[in-house]
Design a protein around this ligand. Structure first.
Ligand code: SF4
Length: 264
């Protein structure tokens, strides 16, 4: 369901971060809502409905959902419409993703409504925002320095977001609260071995800050790449890094199956 194609773009504008405006009806900025297989993480392969919110507080240069971050759409769906669309599919799992879905306070109402209906919910988050909500799996993807949109890597070419992204990409307090309160997986997008010292340092800091253990089994290395061609360059070395360090490797099944097609 390509929500952004059917939206009234005059209905309001989002802020830079895509956060909710005061005059919105109850609902969420939604970029896409579709049925597919979970492609990443410990639930890879599980049929799931994906609710992709629009708007992100970061700007990773490699973002594979460009229209939720760099150029957020202004689509808007009411909660009842979202729930009706979810219930039209044969799935017990719902993945709330983005963008950064926890930017939006209304994500809590959606998660509560899904919990009432006995769905299993995964929230895909960059780990910079904590919200108290019925989340069955917090899939936390802290963004490494290699994600920063330097002028050379910025898809818009001006480096405007470089400093803001760098300042905001890690929030240890929010990360600790998420791992303490929810079943979690920590999913790192890895390009090459140069990312590993930063991952190890962040894990040390998080293990000091959080009151719960963070076993290596819950740390996932995921190859950077939103196309089959790019994944072919990164996945073998990331798989070898997972073995070297004793972390889990996660595929990107949706890229293997459908390349970079939308709504997968
Ligand atoms: S945090 Fe996620 S949604 Fe936001 S810019 Fe980075 S990859 Fe895209």
């Amino acid at each position: 369901m390509p929500v952004s194609d059917s939206v009234d773009r005059e209905a309001g504008t989002e802020t830079d971060s895509g956060a909710d405006g005061d005059d919105r009806p109850e609902g969420l900025p939604i970029n896409e809502l579709f049925y597919s297989l979970q492609g990443e993480g410990t639930l890879a392969g599980v049929p799931s409905v994906f609710v992709r919110t629009s708007g992100c507080n970061l700007r990773c240069w490699f973002c594979d959902s460009y229209h939720t971050s760099w150029e957020p759409t202004h689509a808007w769906l009411g909660l009842e419409e979202i729930l009706a669309e979810i219930e039209s599919h044969e799935a017990d799992h719902v993945v709330l993703t983005g963008g950064e879905p926890l930017l939006h306070e209304e994500s809590v109402a959606l998660l509560e409504a899904l919990d009432d209906r006995s769905y299993h919910t995964t929230v895909e988050t960059n780990g910079t925002i904590y919200r108290d909500a019925p989340i069955d799996l917090a899939s936390i993807s802290p963004k490494l320095e290699s994600s920063t949109p330097t002028p050379e890597r910025d898809p818009k070419g001006d480096g405007e977001w470089e400093q803001r992204h760098e300042d905001d990409r890690i929030d240890l307090e929010a990360l600790a609260a998420l791992v303490e309160d929810y079943e979690f997986q920590l999913k790192f997008v890895v390009t090459d071995a140069e990312d590993m010292p930063e991952i190890l340092a962040l894990l040390d800091d998080l293990r000091d800050a959080a009151d719960v253990p963070i076993p290596n089994d819950d740390v996932l290395l995921m190859p950077e790449g939103a196309t089959r061609d790019r994944l072919a360059e990164t996945r073998t070395r990331v798989a070898e890094l997972a073995m070297d360090y004793g972390f889990r490797y996660t595929p990107r099944l949706h890229v293997d199956l459908w390349n970079d097609a939308p709504e997968t």
